[in-house]
Design a binder for this molecule. Structure first.
Ligand SMILES: *Cc1c(COP(=O)(O)O)cnc(C)c1O
Length: 439
């Protein structure tokens, strides 16, 4: 049996369930879900969202607050779960500001990050009282400073700093090398002077984000340690401790064989040393610390369901052709910046008990070989048109990170399940819709 299947089976056993060969999500069978809401379909399990938020908050208790980075899954019904659990939201556009408001988040509990914020976006969030803006370049400092004066407002801001050294181990390292994000650490003093020139900007925070998809607790803790060191340096430049130290997101989840689960207990065990570091440094005392993960909070709660439309043999290979694909789930096709294309965990959701398996290429309906969601899939020999397949770990960087206009297919519905109930939180589109949108 392939190790990919082992990861998928472990996820099913830990988070979902099966009855009579059918995958259940939040106590609801996949047949009932696609019968009620159509296919393809995104399903989010509310209980998993709540439980992950609670687990992370407990692991960081007394050290850091948890914000949710809404770009991982901007569906307001998803963000609302975290807001109701007491979380703030990290946004990175004017559109995300509106989604965050739709999710019930007060502007004071939002932070605005991103490398090229528009003046219109800054005007909107500042006029509505956003809690913090993370400034990332000199032009942005000037625009925010001018807007603060115009709006007669004192705007809390933070500097996003691109560290000169970075802990190794994330899939994408965002420190220690040239980057569009933030000010280089070497420019920190200059950036402070630039902000201090504007009376309407109150510099009282730092933002660091050194890498995404970190699976080793030690790497994460090391990044956070480096972050506290930089916060101390910034405080010394300012001559007073900061209000907020934002240590970023980047907590990873396993997608592929050989990837481990981030050990949250090991993270929790590293927290007292960080607290000690903060107590021992007068420049860090009294600062509030926060983290802003996206993927770790929402990824495991999401499942992308699709129906098989055809099974075809071509020159010795079996192709399972589905109604869903990369237009809804680019990341699962391996085309969202992945260097090596590896399969997401995928299961035969309507034949969970079948033991006779064989290799299959799982492809979508788009006219491009890029539209492949399973290259090393092991699926039941009996797989046929009408079966339901499930792509797991699909709750982050799914629909909103996909080229939904490519090939002009309909948008899928999104559903939230909880306690055996399912509620549609976004209606499916129709294939007539692109005609309206493009003409
Ligand atoms: C994308 C992003 C995050 C979330 O990253 P994850 O890897 O999903 O945790 C957090 N903060 C900022 C500024 C981001 O751009």
């Amino acid at each position: 049996m392939s190790t990919a299947l082992t990861l998928a089976n472990a996820l099913v056993a830990q988070q979902f369930g099966q009855q009579a060969g059918e995958l259940h999500i939040g106590g609801v069978g996949v047949h009932a879900l696609v019968a009620a809401h159509g296919s393809p379909l995104y399903v989010m399990d509310k209980y998993i969202l709540q439980q992950r938020h609670a687990a992370l908050r407990a692991a960081l208790a007394g050290f850091a607050e948890v914000y949710y980075s809404i770009k991982a899954n901007p569906q307001p019904a998803v963000a609302r779960v975290f807001v109701e659990a007491g979380s703030g939201l990290e946004i990175a556009s004017g559109g995300e500001f509106l989604l965050a408001k739709a999710a019930g988040c007060a502007p004071e509990h939002m932070l605005f990050a991103g490398p090229g914020k528009g003046e219109d976006e800054l005007r909107l969030v500042m006029s509505e009282g956003i809690g913090d803006i993370h400034l990332e370049c000199f032009e942005e400092v000037a625009v925010a400073g001018r807007l603060a004066a115009e709006l007669g407002r004192v705007q809390p801001v933070a500097l996003r700093i691109n560290p000169s050294a970075a802990a190794q181990g994330g899939a994408m390292r965002m420190g220690g090398k040239p980057a569009a994000f933030g000010f280089d650490e070497e420019q920190m003093a200059q950036a402070v002077q630039a902000v201090l020139a504007w009376p309407g900007l109150r510099l009282d925070g730092i933002h660091l984000f050194a890498g995404t998809q970190v699976l080793q607790a030690e790497v994460l803790l090391q990044q956070w340690r480096l972050g506290l060191g930089l916060a101390s340096q910034l405080a010394q430049l300012l001559g007073r401790p900061l209000q907020r130290i934002d240590l970023g997101g980047g907590l990873g989840i396993p997608y592929h064989p050989g990837q481990t689960t981030l050990d949250l207990d090991a993270v929790a065990q590293g927290v007292p040393a960080l607290q000690q570091l903060q107590r021992d440094d007068p420049w860090l005392q009294g600062s509030g610390v926060l983290v802003e993960p996206g993927r770790w909070l929402s990824g495991p709660a999401g499942v992308y369901l699709m129906r098989v439309r055809a099974v075809k043999q071509s020159r010795g290979q079996r192709f399972v052709i589905c109604d869903g694909g990369m237009h809804h789930h680019l990341a699962a096709s391996g085309n969202l910046g992945q260097v090596i294309k590896l399969d997401y965990p995928l299961v035969a959701a309507s034949r969970m008990d079948d033991t006779e398996l064989a290799p299959a290429q799982v492809v979508g309906p788009l006219c491009t070989p890029l539209d492949t969601l399973g290259r090393q899939a092991q699926l039941p020999v009996a797989t046929q048109a009408g079966d339901v397949l499930a792509v797991l770990q699909s709750g982050a960087y799914g629909l909103s990170a996909s080229p939904v206009g490519f090939l002009s297919h309909a948008m899928p519905a999104e559903v939230m399940v909880a306690d055996g109930q399912h509620q549609r939180v976004r209606a499916a589109g129709s294939f007539a819709e692109p005609l309206v949108n493009l003409m």
